[in-house]
Design a protein around this ligand. Structure first.
Ligand code: MOS
Length: 736
């Protein structure tokens, strides 16, 4: 394959063959010599003190040790918070006998085999002195508090203009409450850690979105130098936010390995994924929208209460889309937290934007009906040419083009406005739409590129590939920047021994690591050219470096026919040639607002007799800046849309109000879309190149796919049935 215009091409995943042949090793597939197996024991009461008698279990076959609060080493930092980064992630590290939620780790049993550890864990003698627990969101919200910051650092409250005056001036005001339930991420690969001590050095094979974050947190928590901890994770089987933080099981695996003097592997079971490793918080969102007759918004208010744990604050930033989506001179947003005896919630795919956009996109639809306007016209009437709450210009925004292209693909012009006005036999047909959005972020990242004798290139960065395409797009960026074929490039990631990269979260891997890889490869190209023109053995000897370039693995003179292959040049060097690249955001980050957008159109069918609901098709078009690989990008967005269907129709972690345990903590009863639920999905992109945001021109695509979908589906359900469902998920009982 030639190298020009490689970025954007829909090439196959370079890691695909490793995955389908089983050669890709995930964290739990590393087997250090003599590895033992650890199994977590979780609390079965939501609040109280735990007592554990390890006597009988210690003599069971194969048992090597039982870690409890009675025997775990006292960690240097007392207290249960500030073990970050990510800052403030509270962990349960068996430092005392307090139980804060049902499902909190209270012991680790280690044995020769996984089966022996599992049996011993089940037989461990655990009793509790129970205390009253807060398990009612309604009760907790009456004493809700204001968090210091929202997730990702924004202020919980913001006012712009004069919202009271704006609402007074409105011709139409609507006010409604929207709710979304607790959910859990459930990547196919559960959390898992293999901890291996060699003297005072610790190697962790950990399922994580952030190898260097785990390294920092573990070194700080254990009180050992950061250089003594190495974290490795070449393949991740999905993350979605739960693997963005370091949870207690990682440190517990290290403590267990120290205690039994053997490497220890600790993998969470599926039920254990519901509690000690985060989840999406429950939200209750009150939205007030005021508009003039012509549809122009005059005032908006968005007040959110979400749940957090008694252990720590986590505030889902549901008001973020409201601050950014629609032009309105007067707005007020507030966020409060209701504390429950549950595990600490965390980032879950498009945190804030997925839940928040459901509320605001439903409210816009309700306003459109109150005004007698088309929902798309109402959005165009309030199109935000700059970010409404800050006045900042966009680094780039092509949402108008998304609306028109998606509307055309979908056939929106053929929609009749009245609810229940479109039918297909016994089916009520509904068409709804919504705006998708997710902010553009990037952080400091580094990479190193090395031209090896023979002409192959090794490019390395301590980033992660969550299964989304990082290996592939970094290979493309490297090949294009260097002027070699993709087959020549091997990209290596997932190791703290490599140059540092940020968390693979917040949709920022491509935008952060991409420029670092680009810089490293451009620097390497320049170095190779400089070596060539300075080398008497080179056909390019004596030329100016600016007069040469690299094309398809050849160093070529821009004029004339002098050329030599990169492998010839490198063959004459003692070893390979290497260059490093660093990249970070600049002033543009403060001067511009960066956001991705999309238009999502949905068709649903509802059986008039049984209320059976099917989402027949989704057409979505996105403005995400430049796309790095059309194939992996499309796959990301389709996956996000499928998750949006899950959020709209199925997902709900049901908390038992008596015991604080999730009653559906498994994938049989925690419903996600299956093939039969996913019908036609059409994804497209508008042509865009956001050079203000980033030299590669792309804003990242990991999370926007889920946003907008729940709103579009709920709006389509209203159009089909005349029933406005403001409580996710839209299950059949709510439609009958
Ligand atoms: Mo994403 S929820 O920032 O991993």
């Amino acid at each position: 394959m030639i190298h020009t215009g490689l970025i954007g091409r829909p090439i196959d995943r370079v890691d695909g063959p490793y995955k389908v042949t089983g050669r890709a090793r995930y964290a739990a597939e590393f087997f250090p010599p003599d590895v033992a197996y650890g199994v977590l024991v979780l609390s079965t009461v939501p609040s109280g003190q735990v007592r554990i008698d390890t006597g009988t279990v210690r003599s069971m076959p194969g048992v090597l040790g039982v870690l409890t609060h009675d025997n775990v080493a006292s960690l240097p930092q007392k207290g249960r918070s500030a073990y970050g980064p990510p800052a403030g992630r509270t962990m349960s590290l068996l430092q005392d006998d307090e139980v804060h939620y049902n499902g909190e780790p209270v012991a680790v049993v280690v044995a020769e085999t996984f089966e022996q550890a599992t049996e011993a864990a089940a037989k461990l003698d655990v009793t509790y002195v129970t205390r009253a627990a807060q398990l009612s969101f309604d009760a907790a919200k009456s004493v809700a508090h204001k968090p210091e910051k929202l997730a990702r650092g924004t202020e919980p409250d913001l006012n712009w203009g004069d919202v009271d005056a704006g609402l007074r001036a409105a011709d139409v005001v609507i006010e409604n409450v929207y709710t979304t339930p607790m959910e859990h991420h459930n990547p196919i690969e559960p959390h898992g850690t293999v901890a291996h001590w060699e003297n005072d050095r610790l190697t962790l094979y950990d399922a994580t979105q952030y190898v260097s974050g785990v390294r920092q947190t573990v070194s700080k928590t254990l009180g050992i130098e950061v250089e003594k901890v190495r974290v490795i994770d070449p393949y991740v089987g999905g993350g979605f936010g739960c693997k963005g933080s370091t949870w207690s099981h990682v440190v517990l695996a290290a403590l267990a390995a120290k205690q039994v003097q053997r490497p220890v592997k600790l993998v969470l079971s599926r039920p254990q994924m519901f509690g000690p490793v985060g989840g999406r918080p429950q939200t209750e969102q009150r939205l007030v929208l005021g508009a003039a007759r012509d549809g122009k918004l005059t005032g908006l208010r968005h007040a959110v209460i979400s749940h957090t744990s008694v252990m720590e604050d986590f505030a889902e930033a549901c008001t973020n889309p409201t601050r950014s989506l629609y032009a309105c001179a007067n707005g007020a947003v507030t966020q409060r937290l209701a504390k429950l005896n549950v595990g600490v919630p965390t980032f879950q795919r498009a945190p804030g934007e997925s839940t928040g956009s459901f509320a605001i996109e439903s409210a816009l639809d309700e306003l459109a009906y109150a005004l007698g306007m088309d929902p798309l016209d109402l959005r165009l009437r309030n199109y935000a040419e700059a970010e409404p709450s800050t006045g900042k210009p966009w680094s780039s925004k092509q949402l108008r083009a998304c609306y028109s292209l998606a509307a055309e693909r979908f056939g929106w012009a053929r929609r009749t406005r009245e609810p229940r006005s479109m039918r297909d036999g016994r089916w009520l047909v509904g068409w709804g739409m919504a705006t998708a959005t997710y902010p553009g972020h990037r952080m400091t990242a580094s990479a190193v590129a090395r031209m090896l004798p023979g002409g192959n290139v090794l490019v390395q960065s301590g980033t992660q590939d969550l299964g989304t395409g990082t290996y592939t797009i970094m290979t493309q960026i490297a090949a294009q920047s260097l002027g070699v074929a993709v087959e020549r490039v091997r990209f290596v990631l997932g190791d703290t021994a490599l140059p540092q990269a940020p968390v693979s979260g917040g949709s920022m891997t491509a935008a952060s690591v991409g420029p670092a890889v680009q810089n490293a490869c451009v620097a390497l190209r320049d170095k190779l050219i400089a070596l060539s023109v300075a080398d008497p053995a080179s056909p390019l000897h004596g030329r100016a470096a600016v007069d040469a370039t690299i094309e398809n693995g050849w160093i070529v003179a821009r004029e004339g026919s002098a050329r030599e292959s990169v492998s010839d040049l490198v063959g004459r060097q003692r070893s390979g040639v290497e260059a490093r690249g660093d990249a970070k955001p600049g002033e543009e980050e403060k001067q511009f607002a960066s956001r991705s957008f999309g238009a999502v159109f949905a068709e649903v069918r509802v059986d008039e007799q049984t209320a059976m609901l099917q989402v027949q098709r989704i057409s979505a078009v996105y403005s995400v800046g430049k796309v790095m690989n059309e194939k992996t990008a499309r796959s990301q967005l389709e996956g996000g849309i499928v998750w949006g269907l899950g959020m709209a129709l199925f997902e709900h972690s049901v908390l038992d109000p008596r015991y604080g345990r999730f009653v559906n903590a498994n994938l049989a009863e925690y419903h996600v879309p299956v093939n039969a639920d996913v019908r036609k999905i059409e994804v497209d992109f508008v042509t865009e190149d956001d050079q203000v945001f980033n030299p590669l021109g792309g804003r990242g695509i990991g999370e926007i796919g889920i946003t907008g979908v729940p709103g579009a589906v709920a709006n389509a359900v209203f159009h089909a049935t005349g029933k406005r469902i403001r409580d996710l998920p839209i299950t059949l009982d709510k439609l009958i």
